[in-house]
Design a protein. Structure first.
Length: 226
C-alpha cells in the first residue's frame, strides 16, 4: 500500500489496521523514504496498534538506506523491549546500517547479539559484518568472521572473500591477502575481479611483484575458464 492509498483510506474514514501501515512502511523502505517510514511507524504506535515484525523490519530497512544507523539500532532494541520477534532481516538491516555508516564496532555488536539470540545469520548479514571490519581497518576481526562463516552453515561468496582480502590489503598484510586469494581460487570459490585486484594491490604495496604477477596469471586463467 502506498502513502497515497493510505491517505485515501483516511479521508474516506476507513478503519486502518497494522497491515495497512506495515504495507505503507514497506513501500517507503523500498523507495528509500526513511522519514516517511518513521513518521508512519510513530503514527502507528500512537494509534495504539501493535507494530509487528514486518513493520519493524521495513522501518529499520528504510533507516539503513537513509544512513540512519542510530535510528535503526533504537528500533532493533525496541523490538526486544516489546517482545516482537526479530529475524535475519532485522539483524541484516541493522548490521548493514552500521556498516554503511562506518560504525564497525556497532555492526559487530549487532552481529554478536544475533548469534547469542540464536537467530541464524544470512550470508548478507555476515558480509555486512566483514565489510564493516574491513572499512574500519580491523583485518584480524574481519578474518575471524571470515573463518567463522566458512565453518558455519553459510558459504562465503564473492563479496565475503573480496572484503576479507581488502581488509588485509588495507592494513599491509599481503601474506594473508595472498593466502586467501590463492586458496579461494584453488577451491573454485566465488572470487571475482574485485578480490583478485585487492590481492594484486596487497602484493604491490608489500613490494612482492612476483606474487602480484602470479595472482594476475591465476586471475587470467580463471577468467578464461568462465
Amino acid at each position: 500500500m502506498t502513502l497515497l492509498a493510505l491517505s485515501w483510506h483516511k479521508l474516506n474514514e476507513h478503519e486502518l489496521n497494522r497491515y495497512h501501515y506495515s504495507a505503507a512502511i514497506d513501500a517507503c523502505a523500498r523507495s528509500c523514504s526513511w522519514t516517511e517510514a518513521l513518521q508512519l511507524f510513530i503514527e502507528m504506535a500512537q494509534g495504539s496498534m501493535k507494530s509487528d515484525t514486518i513493520a519493524f523490519n521495513s522501518t529499520i530497512s528504510a533507516c539503513e538506506k537513509g544512513g540512519k544507523w542510530q535510528d535503526a539500532l533504537q528500533l532493533s532494541g525496541l523490538m526486544e523491549q516489546t517482545a516482537v520477534e526479530s529475524n535475519t532481516v532485522t539483524s541484516g538491516a541493522a548490521t548493514s546500517a552500521c556498516e554503511k555508516s562506518g560504525r564497525w564496532e556497532k555492526a559487530l555488536q549487532v552481529f554478536s547479539a544475533m548469534a547469542l539470540s540464536e537467530v541464524i545469520s544470512s550470508i548478507v548479514t555476515s558480509n555486512a559484518a566483514v565489510s564493516a571490519c574491513e572499512k574500519g581497518g580491523e583485518w584480524q576481526k574481519a578474518l575471524r568472521l571470515f573463518s567463522a562463516i566458512k565453518l558455519g552453515k553459510s558459504e562465503p561468496d564473492a563479496f565475503t572473500i573480496s572484503a576479507a582480502i581488502s581488509a588485509c590489503e588495507k592494513c599491509g598484510m599481503w601474506e594473508k591477502a595472498l593466502l586467501i586469494t590463492f586458496l579461494s581460487a584453488q577451491n573454485m570459490q566465488g572470487l571475482n575481479m574485485i578480490g583478485f585486484s585487492a590481492g594484486i594491490s596487497a602484493c604491490q604495496k608489500g613490494g612482492v611483484w612476483e606474487k602480484a604477477i602470479q595472482i594476475f596469471r591465476v586471475m587470467a586463467m580463471c577468467e578464461a575458464e568462465r
